[in-house]
Design a protein around this ligand. Structure first.
Ligand code: 4G4
Length: 244
């Protein structure tokens, strides 16, 4: 997959892209990333890319011309995404779907906002990483690139990402442990060291359902639940019924 990123601060990405799994994904040929500096497409001698809002008000607005010129400098026919607090909240399912596309182009806004005509002209998919405001779209773009890249075939170990996560689809993660078996009196649950794979699987599934019920009960509406899961949930709901 190719991802082009349009930003006023492309240097913000170098650490994230040059480390860990995203670095390996690029070295392995699974991912290639292009960084485009929107300022290189300024239409004036001072290289400015922002201006005062028509109608007055605080702050500056990212101009339409440099953004459109920067987008048009990217060859191919990418799926265009705008990172914005007004977008659809990012979820795992969409990250997975985006990983199946050949070419993404992510526009990172800055200042107090973007000239509305960028939306009209690009008709981008608008994505938010959550209900909070940041100074720019760069951190959200890094989150999106990371979430998408780890879903690309071959990027994570053969086991992770696909298998386990799809089995527990829609549920929170079960508790995990590694050595030592005891630390400051805290011991690893016996079942995990029993060698009883079927019991381990059942225990993990129950823990995942319990955690989801406790912390994110709204996720249970969409999760794929077994008869066994529903039996457990009925028990939990009897001990502490949901409101309404
Ligand atoms: C576009 C319009 C995304 C981009 C306005 C971007 C939070 C998110 C920005 C702005 C962002 C998010 C400056 C408000 C950049 N903040 N939640 N800021 N603002 O995904």
């Amino acid at each position: 997959m190719r991802i082009d990123i349009l930003s006023l601060f492309p240097e913000m990405f170098t650490g994230v892209l040059g480390s860990s799994i995203l670095k390996r994904a690029q070295e392995g040929g699974h991912l290639s990333v292009g960084l485009v500096n929107i300022r290189d497409f300024s239409n004036n001698k001072h290289r400015t890319v922002d201006d005062y809002p028509f109608g007055g008000g605080p702050g500056m607005v990212l101009k339409v011309e440099p953004v459109i010129s920067a987008v048009e400098s990217v060859p191919g026919d990418p799926h265009v995404i705008l990172m914005t607090p007004q977008g659809r909240p990012l979820r795992q399912e969409r990250a997975h779907e985006l990983s199946e596309l050949e070419h993404l182009l992510i526009v990172c806004g800055h200042y107090e906002g973007i000239d509305e005509r960028v939306r009209v002209l690009l008709q981008p998919e608008e994505i938010s990483i959550g209900d909070y405001i940041l100074t720019g779209g760069e951190l959200p773009a890094m989150v999106l690139v990371d979430a998408v890249a780890r879903m690309l075939p071959g990027v994570l170990g053969e086991s992770a990402g696909g298998e386990d996560e799809s089995f527990y689809q829609g549920l929170l993660e079960y508790p995990q442990y590694t050595r030592p078996q005891e630390f400051r009196g805290l011991v690893v649950p016996e079942v995990l060291v029993s060698g009883h794979h079927e019991k381990v699987d059942r225990w993990r599934r129950e823990q995942a359902v319990r955690r989801t019920w406790e912390r994110r009960p709204e996720l249970l509406r969409e999760a794929e639940l077994t008869k066994e899961d529903r039996r457990l949930l009925a028990e939990l709901n009897q001990s502490k019924p949901e409101k309404e």
